[in-house]
Design a protein around this ligand. Structure first.
Ligand code: GUN
Ligand code: FE
Length: 426
């Protein structure tokens, strides 16, 4: 067992922050020997109970749950900052040509190492990630995550049409490969598999139907895709699947909406789409830096809250512009202020933080497992230094409340504030 004394942030079951200005986090093995949170709370209340446990004194720092990135593309690490008129030219001109390189297992392994080093530097401890259409790209990422003891969900992109040689897969083989990969990786240590139709326009009807059959056969496997991101994309999807009542409905029609299905973007929705999200238990990955960079639009927080479907935050690197959860939370705040409805929501800092930790974990069906520091949660956390830069120090020492402290970090923080990232207690 090991304990850490610091400021401590957790969340209750309703998503409200629990904060101890002088807290104690106790980490140790559970009954199966896995490192978990054994106790968390005020030093005053817990200090004497764990008197025999070595305590690392981190007073002055904030310990918080490791961040959960609900949607990120590891093969797009080098695509960050590629300008284009919009999503479809960005895919054609930069993304597809680059992703073709991931047929090479050595190249994929090198990017996987760099990718996880970046997640470490930014305090992201759980990711739902796209790989490419190449089996080798999945094996590279899964293998590296396993070596690091990381929690990771990823999958091979399904894309059998409307994309170039080098990334396009074969319908039948893509489904065989997906099932092989599920058997090879899903549930191995902290790894999970996601059935990954890239987006409806890149998938034939038989490919989507096969993906839906696998989703039914393996109900605890995740599903990830993109939807309602860009107006040209939506027109294209609707023309390819005229029988479906909306872009989102295409996925439902092929059995791809259920719990553990995560749809990136979900911008251009109507209330029928929102009700479909809620009814099926699917969740949205909100990707504000990507949506601003590609000019896609604004996630409608007010609409999502009104109808009541689940969502969490995501970087969407490399449409997204940063690995940093601080950047993503700031962009989410700005998107909330703008809003499709022009209602101008003012998202509270603790709410933004929840969307990138416990809320994102709940969207994955991993509440109580990651994204929080309640007893029993896996021991993934970040040590944040609120004095990491002169401006941060100046601002955070003036903070009179948790909201002011978190907002200072969201607006001014970057990787320099992540003093340490702890994964599975290490
Ligand atoms: N839609 C289909 N593929 C992609 C992708 O790689 N990034 C984004 N942002 N949208 C997509
Ligand atoms: Fe994406």
């Amino acid at each position: 067992m090991k304990a850490y004394r610091a400021q401590l942030l957790r969340f209750d079951d309703d998503g409200q922050p629990l904060y101890d200005s002088d807290g104690l986090l106790v980490v140790g093995p559970d009954a199966q020997g896995r490192p978990v949170v054994r106790a968390a709370g005020a030093w005053q209340a817990l200090g004497s109970r764990f008197a025999g446990v070595a305590v690392e004194d981190l007073r002055g720092c904030l310990i918080a749950p490791g961040f959960v990135d609900l949607h990120i593309h590891y093969p797009q690490t080098d695509v960050i900052g590629s300008p284009a008129e919009g999503l479809l030219p960005w895919l054609a001109d930069y993304t597809f040509p680059h992703e073709a390189r991931f047929a090479d297992a050595d190249y994929a392994a090198e990017v996987a190492r760099f990718f996880f080093n970046e997640l470490d530097r930014h305090g992201v401890t759980t990711a739902l990630a796209f790989s490419t259409s190449h089996v080798a790209s999945v094996d590279a990422l899964m293998g590296e995550a396993r070596a690091r003891g990381r929690r990771l969900v990823t999958g091979k992109c399904l894309m059998d049409r409307h994309c170039p040689d080098g990334v396009r897969d074969d319908t039948e083989q893509s489904l065989i490969d997906t099932e092989d990969l599920i058997r090879r990786w899903h549930g191995v240590e902290r790894l999970g598999y996601a059935i990954t139709p890239r987006f409806a326009p890149s998938c034939s009807e038989p490919q989507l139907a096969g993906a839906g059959e696998l989703a039914q056969k393996y109900p605890d496997v995740w599903i990830q895709s993109h939807v309602a991101e860009n107006l040209d994309e939506i027109r294209w999807a609707r023309s390819l699947f005229p029988r479906s009542s909306s872009y989102l409905a295409i996925y439902d029609d092929f059995g791809l909406m259920r719990e553990r299905a995560i749809y990136a973007h979900c911008i251009h929705f109507d209330d029928d789409d929102r009700a479909r999200m809620r009814a099926t238990g699917a969740a949205a990955a909100v990707c504000p830096t990507s949506n601003l960079f590609l000019g896609s639009g604004f996630f409608d927080y007010a609409g999502a809250n009104r109808v009541g479907f689940r969502y969490g935050l995501a970087s969407d690197v490399g449409g997204g512009t940063s690995f940093s959860p601080f950047q993503t939370m700031l962009a989410a705040y700005q998107v909330g202020r703008e809003g499709q409805s022009k209602a101008g929501l003012c998202l509270a800092p603790a709410q933004l933080w929840w969307q990138h930790t416990a809320g994102a974990a709940a969207a994955l069906g991993l509440d109580g497992v990651v994204g929080n520091l309640q007893p029993g949660c896996e021991a993934d956390f970040v040590v944040i230094d609120p004095r990491a830069t002169p401006m941060l120090e100046r601002k955070t020492t003036q903070a009179d409340s948790l909201d002011e402290l978190l907002f200072a970090l969201i607006v001014l923080g970057d990787d320099r504030a992540i003093q340490r990232t702890v994964i599975a207690g290490r």
